[in-house]
Design a binder for this molecule. Structure first.
Ligand code: DX5
Ligand code: ZN
Length: 226
């Protein structure tokens, strides 16, 4: 595990937009291009309408990603995420992000993630005010600011997201990673970075492109990523 790299400025390709029939190959393509954070979107059909993938896929990818010096960044869009933390940790997740809106016991859920040996992330939906983080001081390792409503790839970056990121950056300790997720591509990564985002999840702008490696490099350049 090399979780320190979650504190760099990095682009995290989201495999949600990849070709699942060639998943290992697609991950290798972006890692060869420099990616070291692989974002895995887990959807339960309740917190968000679609069902996507679960811990089996993390287990299938963990060896490849870790051997290449990377980490697996799991984004749980599920109700009561605390119930699933142990499964994802034992499958090989390095960070696990839970939604503020998905459980009445968010401190408990974040504590469970750390107890399982992973970095704990908390995600805020676009409609959740930045002030929500105030009650969570010290309880998380990274903050995910949704820049679309969760549930689907390929949506446009919501106007107002740059200001939300900037408002969050002012409220949290310096050095805390802020991850942005949704509609991130060469045109939106720069403004999000200016607001203080440091981790840039990108799905369709990378895996929807003819050349995912070149697309990865274009988003990384726009984000000022390593
Ligand atoms: C959306 C997911 C995202 C998704 C982003 O609910 O959390 O990680 O993969 O997809 P794009 O980059 O296509 O907006
Ligand atoms: Zn995500």
């Amino acid at each position: 595990m090399n979780v320190e790299l979650l504190r760099d400025v990095r682009v995290a390709p989201s495999i949600l937009a990849s070709d699942f029939a060639r998943l290992g190959e697609q991950v290798a393509e972006v890692m060869d291009a420099g990616a070291r954070v692989i974002h895995v979107d887990v959807m339960d059909g309740h917190f968000v309408p679609p069902i996507s993938i679960g811990a089996l896929i993390v287990d299938a990818l963990a060896g490849q990603v870790h051997d290449a010096g990377g980490v697996i960044d799991v984004h749980l869009m599920v109700e009561r995420p605390e119930r699933l933390v142990a499964d994802f940790a034992s499958a090989g997740a390095d960070s696990i992000t839970v939604h503020f809106e998905a459980t009445p016991h968010v401190h408990y859920a974040l504590h469970a993630v750390r107890e399982a040996g992973c970095n704990a992330g908390v995600a805020l939906n676009p409609g959740t005010p930045a002030t929500a983080v105030d009650a969570l001081a010290g309880a998380y390792d990274l903050l995910l600011c949704m820049t679309v409503d969760p549930g689907w790839g390929g949506q446009p970056y919501l106007p107002g997201s740059d200001a939300k990121v900037a408002a969050l950056r002012e409220r949290i300790p310096a050095g805390t990673p802020i991850e942005v997720d949704g509609g991130i591509g060469p045109a939106t990564a720069g403004p999000a970075a200016a607001g203080g985002a440091t981790l840039f999840v990108a799905g369709s702008s990378i895996f929807g492109a003819d050349d995912p490696a070149a697309a990865y490099r274009a988003v990384a350049a726009a984000a000022g990523a390593v």
